[in-house]
Design a protein around this ligand. Structure first.
Ligand SMILES: [Ca+2]
Ligand SMILES: [Ca+2]
Length: 185
Protein backbone atom coordinates (compact mmCIF):
# COMPACT_ATOMS: atom_id res chain seq x y z
CA UNK A 1 0.00 0.00 0.00
CA UNK A 2 2.77 2.39 1.02
CA UNK A 3 4.79 1.38 -2.07
CA UNK A 4 1.73 1.94 -4.25
CA UNK A 5 1.21 5.34 -2.62
CA UNK A 6 4.85 6.26 -3.26
CA UNK A 7 4.50 5.10 -6.86
CA UNK A 8 1.45 7.31 -7.23
CA UNK A 9 3.31 10.27 -5.72
CA UNK A 10 6.27 9.64 -8.03
CA UNK A 11 3.89 9.39 -10.97
CA UNK A 12 2.18 12.64 -9.99
CA UNK A 13 5.54 14.39 -9.55
CA UNK A 14 6.73 13.02 -12.92
CA UNK A 15 3.52 14.13 -14.66
CA UNK A 16 3.83 17.51 -12.96
CA UNK A 17 7.40 17.90 -14.20
CA UNK A 18 6.39 16.88 -17.74
CA UNK A 19 3.40 19.24 -17.63
CA UNK A 20 5.64 22.09 -16.44
CA UNK A 21 8.04 21.33 -19.25
CA UNK A 22 5.19 21.42 -21.79
CA UNK A 23 3.86 24.64 -20.25
CA UNK A 24 7.33 26.14 -20.40
CA UNK A 25 7.77 25.05 -24.02
CA UNK A 26 4.29 26.40 -24.88
CA UNK A 27 5.10 29.76 -23.26
CA UNK A 28 8.39 29.91 -25.18
CA UNK A 29 6.71 29.13 -28.52
CA UNK A 30 3.95 31.70 -27.87
CA UNK A 31 6.60 34.24 -26.87
CA UNK A 32 8.59 33.67 -30.07
CA UNK A 33 5.38 33.92 -32.14
CA UNK A 34 4.42 37.23 -30.49
CA UNK A 35 7.91 38.66 -31.04
CA UNK A 36 7.77 37.57 -34.70
CA UNK A 37 4.36 39.21 -35.09
CA UNK A 38 5.54 42.48 -33.55
CA UNK A 39 8.70 42.43 -35.72
CA UNK A 40 6.90 41.68 -38.97
CA UNK A 41 4.19 44.42 -38.65
CA UNK A 42 2.87 43.92 -42.17
CA UNK A 43 1.68 47.22 -43.62
CA UNK A 44 -0.82 47.48 -46.44
CA UNK A 45 0.23 49.58 -49.42
CA UNK A 46 -2.78 49.04 -51.65
CA UNK A 47 -6.19 47.45 -51.40
CA UNK A 48 -9.25 47.33 -53.57
CA UNK A 49 -12.44 45.32 -53.72
CA UNK A 50 -15.41 44.77 -55.99
CA UNK A 51 -18.80 43.33 -55.04
CA UNK A 52 -20.43 43.19 -58.48
CA UNK A 53 -20.50 39.93 -60.42
CA UNK A 54 -19.27 39.46 -63.98
CA UNK A 55 -20.11 36.42 -66.11
CA UNK A 56 -17.89 35.37 -69.01
CA UNK A 57 -19.19 33.15 -71.77
CA UNK A 58 -16.17 32.67 -74.01
CA UNK A 59 -12.61 31.44 -73.84
CA UNK A 60 -10.94 34.81 -74.32
CA UNK A 61 -8.29 36.16 -71.95
CA UNK A 62 -9.36 39.49 -70.48
CA UNK A 63 -8.45 41.87 -67.68
CA UNK A 64 -10.97 41.68 -64.88
CA UNK A 65 -12.61 44.63 -63.11
CA UNK A 66 -10.89 45.09 -59.77
CA UNK A 67 -12.98 47.86 -58.20
CA UNK A 68 -16.62 48.90 -58.08
CA UNK A 69 -15.99 51.51 -60.80
CA UNK A 70 -15.01 48.70 -63.17
CA UNK A 71 -11.34 49.65 -63.58
CA UNK A 72 -9.22 46.76 -64.84
CA UNK A 73 -5.90 48.33 -63.83
CA UNK A 74 -4.85 50.36 -60.81
CA UNK A 75 -1.75 52.33 -59.89
CA UNK A 76 0.31 51.38 -56.87
CA UNK A 77 3.37 53.24 -55.59
CA UNK A 78 6.37 51.37 -54.21
CA UNK A 79 8.69 53.65 -52.25
CA UNK A 80 11.45 51.03 -52.12
CA UNK A 81 12.54 47.83 -53.83
CA UNK A 82 11.53 45.65 -50.88
CA UNK A 83 9.69 42.40 -51.61
CA UNK A 84 5.88 42.83 -51.74
CA UNK A 85 3.16 40.26 -51.17
CA UNK A 86 0.11 40.35 -53.42
CA UNK A 87 -3.17 38.68 -52.43
CA UNK A 88 -6.08 38.13 -54.81
CA UNK A 89 -9.35 36.64 -53.61
CA UNK A 90 -12.64 36.19 -55.44
CA UNK A 91 -15.83 34.21 -55.43
CA UNK A 92 -15.77 31.98 -58.47
CA UNK A 93 -17.94 29.45 -60.22
CA UNK A 94 -17.68 27.64 -63.57
CA UNK A 95 -20.49 26.07 -65.57
CA UNK A 96 -19.16 23.30 -67.78
CA UNK A 97 -20.32 20.34 -69.79
CA UNK A 98 -17.14 18.44 -68.90
CA UNK A 99 -14.73 18.14 -65.98
CA UNK A 100 -11.67 19.74 -67.57
CA UNK A 101 -12.92 23.33 -67.78
CA UNK A 102 -11.46 25.80 -65.32
CA UNK A 103 -10.89 29.49 -64.76
CA UNK A 104 -7.27 30.60 -64.89
CA UNK A 105 -6.05 33.71 -63.04
CA UNK A 106 -2.85 35.69 -63.66
CA UNK A 107 -1.75 38.42 -61.25
CA UNK A 108 0.30 40.96 -63.18
CA UNK A 109 2.40 43.93 -62.09
CA UNK A 110 3.74 46.41 -64.61
CA UNK A 111 6.92 48.30 -63.77
CA UNK A 112 7.42 52.03 -64.44
CA UNK A 113 9.36 51.00 -67.58
CA UNK A 114 6.43 48.86 -68.76
CA UNK A 115 7.85 45.41 -67.96
CA UNK A 116 4.99 42.98 -67.22
CA UNK A 117 5.55 40.42 -64.46
CA UNK A 118 3.06 37.61 -63.93
CA UNK A 119 3.46 36.45 -60.36
CA UNK A 120 4.04 32.77 -59.59
CA UNK A 121 2.14 30.56 -59.11
CA UNK A 122 -0.56 32.45 -61.04
CA UNK A 123 1.89 32.47 -63.98
CA UNK A 124 1.12 28.75 -64.32
CA UNK A 125 -2.11 27.20 -65.65
CA UNK A 126 -3.54 27.39 -62.14
CA UNK A 127 -7.20 26.44 -61.81
CA UNK A 128 -8.78 29.21 -59.75
CA UNK A 129 -12.01 27.21 -59.85
CA UNK A 130 -13.25 24.32 -61.96
CA UNK A 131 -16.50 23.20 -63.55
CA UNK A 132 -18.15 20.02 -62.31
CA UNK A 133 -19.48 18.88 -65.71
CA UNK A 134 -23.12 19.39 -64.66
CA UNK A 135 -23.83 22.50 -66.78
CA UNK A 136 -24.77 24.51 -63.70
CA UNK A 137 -23.36 27.90 -62.76
CA UNK A 138 -23.52 27.17 -59.06
CA UNK A 139 -21.29 25.77 -56.36
CA UNK A 140 -19.70 29.14 -55.68
CA UNK A 141 -16.62 29.29 -53.54
CA UNK A 142 -14.26 32.06 -52.44
CA UNK A 143 -10.79 31.21 -53.69
CA UNK A 144 -7.40 32.90 -53.61
CA UNK A 145 -4.13 33.03 -55.47
CA UNK A 146 -1.20 34.96 -54.03
CA UNK A 147 2.32 35.85 -55.05
CA UNK A 148 5.32 38.00 -54.31
CA UNK A 149 6.91 40.79 -56.33
CA UNK A 150 10.28 42.47 -55.90
CA UNK A 151 10.38 45.81 -57.71
CA UNK A 152 13.64 46.57 -59.53
CA UNK A 153 13.03 50.28 -58.95
CA UNK A 154 10.86 52.38 -56.68
CA UNK A 155 8.01 54.32 -58.23
CA UNK A 156 4.56 53.99 -59.71
CA UNK A 157 3.62 50.52 -60.87
CA UNK A 158 0.36 49.13 -62.20
CA UNK A 159 -1.48 46.00 -61.12
CA UNK A 160 -4.07 43.99 -63.01
CA UNK A 161 -5.71 40.56 -63.01
CA UNK A 162 -6.03 38.54 -66.18
CA UNK A 163 -8.66 35.79 -66.32
CA UNK A 164 -9.48 33.14 -68.91
CA UNK A 165 -11.93 30.26 -69.10
CA UNK A 166 -9.76 27.32 -70.16
CA UNK A 167 -11.08 24.26 -71.98
CA UNK A 168 -13.98 26.40 -73.19
CA UNK A 169 -16.86 24.87 -75.14
CA UNK A 170 -19.94 26.82 -76.33
CA UNK A 171 -22.46 27.26 -73.53
CA UNK A 172 -19.87 27.14 -70.74
CA UNK A 173 -19.56 30.08 -68.35
CA UNK A 174 -17.44 31.53 -65.58
CA UNK A 175 -18.65 33.92 -62.94
CA UNK A 176 -16.39 36.10 -60.81
CA UNK A 177 -17.74 38.13 -57.90
CA UNK A 178 -16.76 39.65 -54.55
CA UNK A 179 -13.07 40.22 -55.18
CA UNK A 180 -10.31 41.75 -53.11
CA UNK A 181 -6.79 42.63 -54.15
CA UNK A 182 -4.25 43.58 -51.48
CA UNK A 183 -0.57 44.51 -51.76
CA UNK A 184 1.76 44.92 -48.79
CA UNK A 185 4.10 47.88 -48.41
CA1 LIG B 1 -2.53 31.53 -64.34
CA1 LIG C 1 -15.15 22.55 -71.60
Amino acid sequence: MVRQGCANVKSIIKEGIIMKRYQSMFKTVVGIFLVMLSCSSMAINFSTSRVTANTYSDGLARYLPIDNAGNTMRWVHFNSTAMRAVFYNAECSVKSSDTNTYYDINIQIISPAGAVSTLAPSSSDNAFCSGKGDNLLRKWSSNATNGTYKPSVAGWHRVRIRGQLMGFNPGERARIDDISLIITD
